[in-house]
Ligand binder design. Structure first.
Ligand SMILES: NC(=O)c1ccc[n+]([C@@H]2O[C@H](COP(=O)([O-])OP(=O)(O)OC[C@H]3O[C@@H](n4cnc5c(N)ncnc54)[C@H](O)[C@@H]3O)[C@@H](O)[C@H]2O)c1
Length: 271
């Protein structure tokens, strides 16, 4: 159901790779709620081509940008304002990648060049987006920026290795930049900490399926889906949440506040 929550709003949505991407669902919901926006992803993701279907569905223009390149991000914000006809009201950072995880490196044996890439792609890119927007004065007053994160920033999940460190940094950037951007332009910045979700990035984490089931059995409401995450992010882009900033907001069916559930106890007893 659409409520017109983003009617007249303009935005930038990163990270839609394919139909299972969380950003894909957010783009579809933003369109339903009346927003106009540009889509962006790394040039390599463009070559896979699926993003074009989303662009057609939502009437969005695609502006390729490697999130680690300040030049690309500057072009993204400049072109987006031209295409959309003014400053933007919302920005989604939905970007993450760890070469160490991809190549199966243990946390006790990290390749530090790859660690730099993990941090640059998954965390520093958020600062680059915010700093570029700030310098260009590209976000309207009361605009909203959201980045997606995961609870491994607070608690240890062994398979999440160096992405845990990247997410801790990402959440810290939301607070540090949120303070400054809030004071100067009333722009709010938050991170949404989402349940495990079946996507290309999610599925790349070792033991994902088992952990997905564990989280689902632990959370009193079960795991939050990508569609439900989209609903939540839309509220954060809307004017209904104007005083929420610098927060890390758990969207996980109650997982983060649950110690153990009866279902998990039962599964352990059966063994
Ligand atoms: N899937 C999960 O379980 C889960 C849970 C919590 C948080 N998240 C976070 O949600 C976000 C989106 O991930 P997803 O699960 O939708 O997976 P996804 O694989 O669909 O999205 C990740 C995106 O990052 C993009 N990307 C990678 N390198 C880039 C670069 N250099 N420049 C620009 N874009 C680049 C990819 O092309 C892709 O579109 C990530 O930050 C992820 O950590 C995912």
């Amino acid at each position: 159901m659409a409520y017109g929550l983003l009617k007249g709003k303009r935005g930038i949505i990163s990270g839609a790779l394919n139909e299972s991407s969380i950003a894909w669902k957010i783009a579809q919901r933003a369109h339903e709620e009346g927003a106009t926006f540009t889509l962006t992803n790394a040039p390599i993701a463009m070559r896979m081509g699926e993003i074009r279907q989303l662009a057609e569905q939502t009437g969005a223009e695609i502006i390729p940008a490697d999130a680690t390149s300040v030049d690309d991000i500057t072009n993204l914000f400049t072109k987006s304002q031209e295409v959309l006809g003014g400053k933007v009201d919302f920005v989604l950072h939905s970007i993450g990648m760890s070469p160490n995880i991809r190549k199966g490196k243990a946390y006790t044996d990290l390749n530090y060049e790859w660690l730099k890439q993990t941090l640059d792609i998954s965390a520093v890119s958020f600062h680059k987006m915010l700093q570029t927007a700030y310098k260009l004065d590209a976000i309207n007053e009361w605009g909203s920026v959201v980045a997606l994160t995961y609870m491994a920033a607070q608690r240890t999940f062994p398979f999440y290795t160096d992405m845990a460190d990247a997410k801790a940094m990402l959440e810290s950037i939301a607070r540090s930049f949120g303070y400054r951007y809030g004071k100067s332009h009333k722009v709010r910045i938050n991170t949404v900490s989402q349940s495990p979700t079946q996507t290309t990035a999610g599925g790349g984490i070792g033991g994902f399926d088992k952990f997905f089931d564990f989280a689902d059995k632990t959370a009193p409401l079960g795991n939050a889906t990508a569609d439900q995450c989209a609903d939540y992010v839309i509220t954060l882009f809307s004017d209904l949440t104007r005083m929420v900033t610098m927060q890390n907001l758990f969207h996980d069916g109650g997982f983060s506040m649950t110690g153990i559930s009866e279902e998990v106890m039962e599964a352990l007893t059966k063994k």
